[in-house]
Design a protein around this ligand. Sequence first.
Ligand SMILES: NC(=O)c1ccc[n+]([C@@H]2O[C@H](COP(=O)([O-])OP(=O)(O)OC[C@H]3O[C@@H](n4cnc5c(N)ncnc54)[C@H](OP(=O)(O)O)[C@@H]3O)[C@@H](O)[C@H]2O)c1
Length: 363
Amino acid sequence: MSIPATQKALLLLQEATPYVVGERPVPHPGSKEVLVKIIACALNPVDHRIPYPPHSRLFIKSWPFVPGHDAAGIVVKLGAEVASLKEGDRVVFEASVHTPDVAALQQYATVDADLVAIIPDNISFESAASIPLALTTDVMLLYNQSPAPENLGLRLKPVWEPEGTTEYAGTPAFIVAGSTSLGQYAIQLAKMAGHSPIITTASPHNAALLTSLGATHVLDRSRSNKSILEELPSLTSGKPIQYAFVAAPFHPEACRLGRDALAPGGALGIALPSPTRVPEDVANVGDGKRVGYVFGSVWLPYTRECGIAMFKHLTEWLEKGILKPNPVEVLPNGLAGVPDGLARLKANQVSGKKLVAKPQETA
Ligand SMILES: NC(=O)c1ccc[n+]([C@@H]2O[C@H](COP(=O)([O-])OP(=O)(O)OC[C@H]3O[C@@H](n4cnc5c(N)ncnc54)[C@H](OP(=O)(O)O)[C@@H]3O)[C@@H](O)[C@H]2O)c1
């Protein structure tokens, strides 16, 4: 396959400016990496935050910055030591914005060969691109067993181990904001773990989608916390809720709903990197309740092993329909369509689906 020397990429040239389409070199894979021609990449809320402080200071290590965490495409070149993949393989991976060559919102990227999953034939590139960051975030928050002090997750039994499908079977799960990308995968992981019932909150028009993923009850998220909390015992037949997950972590009332639904001694997952970002009354919850946090990445020393395990199982989950990708909307004009998509994400105009761009369609 002929590989060009340069490519189109979405670039941030300076802090607090709009992203623009520009050119940069096509990278060469290192010995344990592959070069992937990116067919579809997905947008995430963090992408519209990164150009501005404080996110710019956390995420941008060099200029020009290339955004994008979710990529799906075709392996076009192997590093010298790669034996697990071949040219032409369809793969999905979590890109890393800390290294421009590994970012997703461009036409070609390199990635470590052990941090990809083969996309089975029943899944499109566009659907596959909806998965990586959201699933990684959920998986790290719930299952990363690393003893590293940086790991603030809940260390529950992973669903890919036998105990992960028996330990919590028949116990309730409560997922706040189930129609987010994270929430949709959290519902499906809860189903894999055998939780029952699986109760979630969302706008009513997303109820059928979330039920199809495994939610047993979808409560209108516009209701007051008080009214939702009053209904929960009847939905769980009085069983205590020992596990709750907040997939709308920037909304204090969503965090409080997760906290208040939880029984004493329960585990609450919040999709934020640290307790400093949540209201104090949630971080210091009391009653023996544990709160877990996450930095959704497979690229850190303490997340890599769990990331490899997750990608090993992803192909089979997709092939068997155990894990369904988010519904997607494909944006027009390749990478040039991304800024409009990010503006819609920022304005909360995207509901129950992932926005996807096709970098090869960039003019
Ligand atoms: N810590 C990390 O490493 C990490 C990684 C990834 C994402 N995140 C964070 O996790 C959150 C979810 O990300 P995502 O990509 O899954 O989001 P998303 O899919 O873009 O979220 C869109 C959904 O948010 C729901 N929503 C909006 N406001 C809400 C509220 N006040 N209460 C409940 N739901 C609300 C909407 O639900 P309805 O349409 O049904 O109303 C909509 O479907 C974001 O805040 C993101 O920044 C954190």
